[in-house]
Ligand binder design. Structure first.
Ligand code: HEC
Length: 321
């Protein structure tokens, strides 16, 4: 693969969307507890309660993978890869006063839980072998959902990095959060961290980014997209030895700033969408041999520059235009 992706704008957009988060959601561990707690009371196998038969609402059961795939009396509620075509996602983001808002009663999903659900659907909505209730299960339905949980390449990659670091203390994490950083493990119980400033991009400057340095051994994903950083923040990024994914989209960084990054040994994904980066900046990137994906959509780089980068870094995939 080299520069062929630039002919497919849709592919580019898909990559931009997927580039900031890598670890796959583990349905059974991360999402099932949420659904069980907040949805299943009204969406489960028919049961007799106080002498009365209680049917699942809208004929929809959320207590089994095959049932979720089957959908409601009105049709499917899940389209793998497309949250906006999936009733189970659409219903939880509807305004609370909308009749279709879910859960219709009880505790709403938190922002984090909604994000997790979205991510899981985007990643293909795999149940990883979880079946759930077998009551009423049609013969053969099980086959659909018993594919074992398959770690993505990135999970394996992270597994190696995980062995190198220790979890950080709450006090250290708290200090970074005070500076406005959102810090979260890349997956449940991982000491590896994802950091972003999405709750305050317009206040995130080079000094705020410098406040994450105490976490430097553990950070694998850093999202500085749309923040007001300058090249100074790249000097901070350069000190993160395990940085795998760096998002700099729509920032004021320059070609010269990219030179700071040449020492990063694990960097695989770099998002430069909507920046002023030109072919001069790509010359620095040519020295980062670990790079696999570079996003240059709406930057000032040219196809000729991309070609040079592709020949310098074997296997790199560059999206431009
Ligand atoms: C307190 C009961 C209750 C809870 C809890 C609840 N639902 Fe519902 N759900 C309903 C009712 C009632 C309907 C039917 C609404 C209608 O027909 O207007 C429904 C309908 C739906 C539908 C539409 C099905 C269709 O195709 O018509 C979806 C999707 C759905 N629920 C998902 C969820 C999810 C996801 C959760 C958990 C976040 C949840 N529900 C929690 C009561 C509930």
């Amino acid at each position: 693969m080299s520069t062929s992706a630039y002919r497919f704008p849709f592919f580019v957009i898909a990559c931009l969307a997927a580039s900031s988060v890598h670890a796959a959601v583990n349905f059974e561990k991360e999402l099932l507890p949420v659904i069980t707690k907040k949805c299943v009371d009204c969406h489960k196998a028919p049961a007799v309660v106080n002498g009365q038969k209680k049917e699942p609402k809208a004929g929809l059961r959320l207590d089994a993978s095959w049932a979720i795939l089957k959908g409601s009396e009105n049709g499917p509620v899940l389209t793998p890869g497309a949250p906006d075509k999936s009733g189970i996602y659409e219903s939880v983001i509807l305004p609370k006063d909308d009749d279709g808002h879910m859960p219709s009663k009880g505790e709403d999903l938190t922002k984090e839980e909604i994000a997790l659900l979205k991510k899981w659907i985007e990643e293909g909505a795999e149940f990883g072998g979880w079946i759930g209730s077998k009551e009423g299960m049609p013969a053969g339905a099980q086959l659909e959902t018993t594919k074992p949980y398959k770690p993505r390449p990135h999970d394996l990659f992270y597994a190696a990095l995980e062995k190198e670091v220790k979890p950080l203390s709450d006090a250290v994490l708290e200090a970074a959060k005070q500076a406005g950083a959102q810090v979260s493990p890349v997956k449940v119980e991982s000491p590896l961290l994802r950091v972003d400033f999405l709750t305050g991009v317009s206040k995130c400057d080079d000094a705020k980014v410098a406040a994450i340095l105490p976490l430097k051994e553990n950070i694998v994903q850093l999202d500085l997209g749309r923040t007001v950083i300058t090249d100074g923040a790249l000097k901070t990024a350069a000190q993160l030895p395990r940085l795998v994914s760096l998002d700099l989209r729509q920032t004021k960084i320059t070609d010269a700033g990219l030179e700071s990054l040449v020492g990063l040994k694990k960097l695989e994904s770099l998002n430069l969408y909507g920046t002023e980066i030109t072919d001069a900046g790509l010359k620095h990137l040519a020295k980062i041999k670990s790079l696999k994906h570079v996003y240059l959509w709406q930057s000032k780089a040219t196809k000729a520059g991309v070609k040079q980068l592709a020949s310098a870094v074997p296997g790199i995939n560059v999206s431009i235009e």
